[in-house]
Design a protein around this ligand. Structure first.
Ligand code: ATP
Ligand code: AMO
Length: 439
């Protein structure tokens, strides 16, 4: 047996004097002459292995003293209560097996004494993950995705998957990664958009997907990735306000679940979470423009898109007013929303598209969609796109397409804003950006 217990599973009251086997990395060897301490680290914590010179087989003691930091070992010993050791116990070892010896020096420091640059950490992610701080982020990400699946499943959504190799663009703004698909040109998908809409014609009624999206964003920012994880939903017989409710309630639920299930990880990161209050404030596009024009030198005209600086101004304004970081911007000009966003029937220059914002950045976009094929063709053309390329999509609208709505939220932006992380790369195990294609 290479392991019988995680270090955190050993209760000295229960297991006192019993034999256990722990396995993990050599965190530290402290040789004080008469006594030698080895600290073993596994995913769940640390254990102290104590070797008293007078009471230990000299060969075993010598082996312990020579352990190389960060090597992988399996150690069998008996449990002894010890108030000063991590988890209140120490192990008196019978046997130490080195499973894989680490080279030295290490590519980066693991003790947290020296804070390595992000690039260094990403180059050696396997070592970076041995730091509690880094692991905590990915434990929280797991809780976030678990909460998403739970929330959406409980609300009648079916989990689906759409192809990532596609023939057309969906999100006009950003560019595509072309790939070779046998003898044809193809692209990596920017969004499940067209497919999740087709599923509405299929009658799946409420679907969600958690999957990669690819965007050939040229710029190098703290909040853009070239490969991101998108959480998407689509729901039939709903308007945009209905799916906005799903979104805000889901976000509040995610925060609750993270607080409930990942309090240790939050503590490691020094983050005190507050569940966002629902409903989130709804700011209209017109109000957003007014806020920017009243509070900054920037003069926005009706019809302009909101840039990064404008988003910050609006975010701060809403935060001052409500004490909340999350809010919606609704009633956007139809012209600056994607072709699939439904214009208001009584005022078609405005669309039923919305953005869900965090004080610091956009988190999500969504809309009620156009379900009328003639109007959809008109909108595709007016955005300078060729409806012919969308035939596989348009076909689904001609044989019984219900009114429907949906949204997409970036998982990484959700996690980074939750944890107050500055750089999106910190919340991705192996980020893809302009410069980084490996590991
Ligand atoms: P879209 O949904 O339009 O494809 P997005 O989801 O990537 O964009 P963001 O990137 O958050 O949304 O864009 C928010 C705003 O920030 C946009 O109005 C955009 O013009 C602006 N923006 C995007 N990239 C940069 C950049 N590198 N520097 C400054 N502003 C930027
Ligand atoms: P949008 O293009 O706004 O909308 O994308 C939705 C959300 O996905 C995240 N996101 C990104 N995160 C990191 N790096 C990127 N390059 C990146 N691009 C997008 C953001 C963004 O708010 N089809 C629509 C959604 C819909 O209407 O259902 C769409 O893709 O958090």
């Amino acid at each position: 047996n290479l392991r019988t217990h995680y270090t955190s599973q050993i209760n000295p009251e229960e297991l006192g004097d019993q034999k256990v086997t722990v396995a993990g990395w050599v965190h530290e060897v402290r040789d004080l002459g008469g006594i030698c301490f080895v600290v073993l680290r596994d995913r769940e914590g640390r254990a102290q292995i104590t070797l008293v010179k007078k009471k230990t087989d000299p060969e075993l003691l010598e082996q312990a003293r020579k352990l190389v930091r960060e090597s992988v070992v399996s150690i069998t010993g008996s449990v002894k209560p010890e108030g000063k050791a991590p988890n209140g116990y120490e192990l008196i070892p019978d046997e130490i097996t080195v499973l894989n010896e680490a080279d030295s020096p290490l590519p980066m420091d693991t003790t947290g004494k020296v804070e390595a640059e992000l690039d260094t950490r990403l180059d050696s992610r396997f070592i970076d993950l041995r730091r509690e701080r880094t692991t905590s982020i990915f434990r929280i990400r797991h809780e976030v995705l678990k909460a998403v699946r739970g929330y959406l499943t409980d609300n009648g959504f079916i989990e689906t998957s759409s192809p990532k190799v596609v023939a057309t663009a969906t999100e006009g703004g950003t560019s595509l990664f072309p790939i070779t698909y046998f003898d044809r040109e193809a692209f990596l998908n920017q969004s499940p958009q067209l497919f999740k809409q087709i599923l509405m014609s299929g009658g799946l009624d409420r679907v969600f997907e958690i999957g990669p999206i690819f965007r050939a964003e040229e710029h190098d920012t703290r909040r853009h990735l070239n490969e991101a994880t998108s959480i998407d939903i689509e729901a039939s017989f709903c308007d945009h306000f209905d799916v906005m409710e799903v979104l805000e309630n889901m976000v509040a639920y995610i925060y609750e679940q993270v607080i409930e299930n990942a309090s240790d990880s939050l503590a490691v990161l020094g983050v005190e979470l507050k569940v966002p209050a629902v409903p989130f404030k709804r700011v209209t596009y017109d109000e957003a423009i007014e806020i920017v024009n009243a509070n900054t030198d920037e003069m926005l005209n009706w019809g302009d898109d909101l840039g990064t600086a404008a988003e910050h101004t609006i975010g701060e304004h809403v935060f001052k007013e409500t004490g909340e970081s999350h809010y919606f911007i609704i009633d956007w000009p139809t012209e600056i929303k994607p072709f699939y966003a439904m214009p208001y029937e009584d005022n078609p220059i405005l669309s039923k598209g919305f953005d869900m914002m965090h004080r610091t950045m956009e988190l999500s976009s969504g809309a009620q969609r156009i379900h009328i094929p003639e109007l959809l063709v008109e909108r595709i053309e007016s955005q300078g796109l060729d409806p012919e390329g969308f035939e596989f999509y348009l076909k689904a609208f001609r044989y019984g397409m219900p009114p429907h709505s949906g949204w997409g939220i970036g998982c990484e932006r959700l996690v980074m804003t939750m944890l107050g992380v500055d750089n999106i790369r910190d919340v991705v195990l192996f980020p893809r950006d302009r410069r980084r294609l490996s590991p």
